[in-house]
Design a protein around this ligand. Structure first.
Ligand SMILES: NC(=O)c1ccc[n+]([C@@H]2O[C@H](COP(=O)([O-])OP(=O)(O)OC[C@H]3O[C@@H](n4cnc5c(N)ncnc54)[C@H](O)[C@@H]3O)[C@@H](O)[C@H]2O)c1
Length: 271
């Protein structure tokens, strides 16, 4: 069901790798709600070609490659998007994350720091870089909205989330700090959504993911939030209905973040 919440709005969606990606579902939902889109991902991810299916579904949205660690790529993406969309942007989704140490099976107590720099650059500093490129190019409309995706390991320890916990803590801090400056300058809102574990390429890379996602399901009064649920919540943050929400880390996790224990987990422990 569509409510036309984004009618007339224009935005960029980062991070749709395949149909499981949170960004994929969000692009579909934004389009269904009346938005005009530009899709982007790292040039290497575009080679898979999957994103072209999504682009077609979203009114032949242009697909523009950009590595989030490159100022030049981001500037080019913003310029081309404004040209294509015929004006400034109303929303941007940052749905990007990657951990080299996790990929290489390095333990948190044995990190490779070159990998760590790269992981932080891609997963956290990229939000600052993106916001700064948008800010300096004055590419957002008044009351625009920027959303980045995060995970509760930024606040509480989930050992196998590894260096990504630190990357997410930095990402959430950037959303707060840049949210202040962009709010004062142009009423642009910046928030992070702290999403339940979700079966995607990035999610499944976390060691012991099956146990992790089942545990979260049992610890959440509403169950885990799906990627579709996340897309719907993100649309609400891009809409005019949430104009005064900024600099927040918003838990979207079926109640997991504030649950001490559940009857289901107790029952499991008593077995
Ligand atoms: N899946 C989960 O359990 C979960 C939970 C909470 C938060 N998140 C966050 O949601 C976001 C989206 O992840 P997802 O789960 O949809 O997985 P995904 O693998 O589908 O998406 C991650 C995206 O990041 C992109 N990316 C990686 N390096 C890049 C670079 N250098 N430049 C541009 N793009 C790059 C990938 O190409 C991919 O499209 C991430 O920030 C992730 O940490 C995921």
């Amino acid at each position: 069901m569509s409510y036309n919440l984004l009618k007339g709005k224009k935005g960029i969606v980062f991070g749709a790798l395949d149909s499981n990606s949170i960004a994929w579902k969000t692009a579909q939902r934004c389009y269904a709600e009346g938005a005009q889109l530009v899709l982007t991902n790292a040039p290497v991810a575009l080679r898979m070609g999957e994103i072209n299916k999504l682009a077609e579904e979203c009114g032949n949205a242009p697909v523009i490659g950009a590595d989030v660690t490159s100022n030049e790529d981001l500037t080019n993406l913003i310029n081309q998007s404004r040209e294509h969309l015929g004006g400034n942007l109303d929303f941007v989704l940052h749905s990007v994350g990657m951990s080299l140490n996790v990929r290489k099976n390095k333990a948190y107590t044995d990190l490779n720091y070159d990998f760590q720099h790269k992981s932080f650059d891609i997963s956290a500093m990229s939000l600052h870089r993106l916001c700064q490129c948008l800010y300096q190019a004055d590419a957002m409309n008044e009351w625009g909205s920027i959303v980045a995706l995060t995970y509760i390991a930024a606040q509480r320890v989930f050992p196998d989330y590894n260096e990504m916990a630190d990357a997410k803590a930095l990402l959430e801090s950037v959303a707060r700090s840049f949210g202040y400056h962009y709010g004062v300058k142009k009423h642009v809102r910046i928030n992070t959504i702290s999403q339940s574990p979700t079966r995607t390429t990035a999610g499944s890379g976390v060691k012991g993911f099956d146990g992790f996602i089942n545990y979260a399901e049992k610890m959440s009064p509403l169950g885990n939030a799906s990627a579709d649920d996340c897309a719907a919540y993100t649309v609400s943050l891009f809409s005019d209905l949430t104009r005064m929400v900024t600099m927040q880390n918003l838990f979207h996790d079926g109640g997991f973040s504030f649950t001490g224990v559940t009857a289901e987990v107790i029952a499991q422990m008593e077995k």
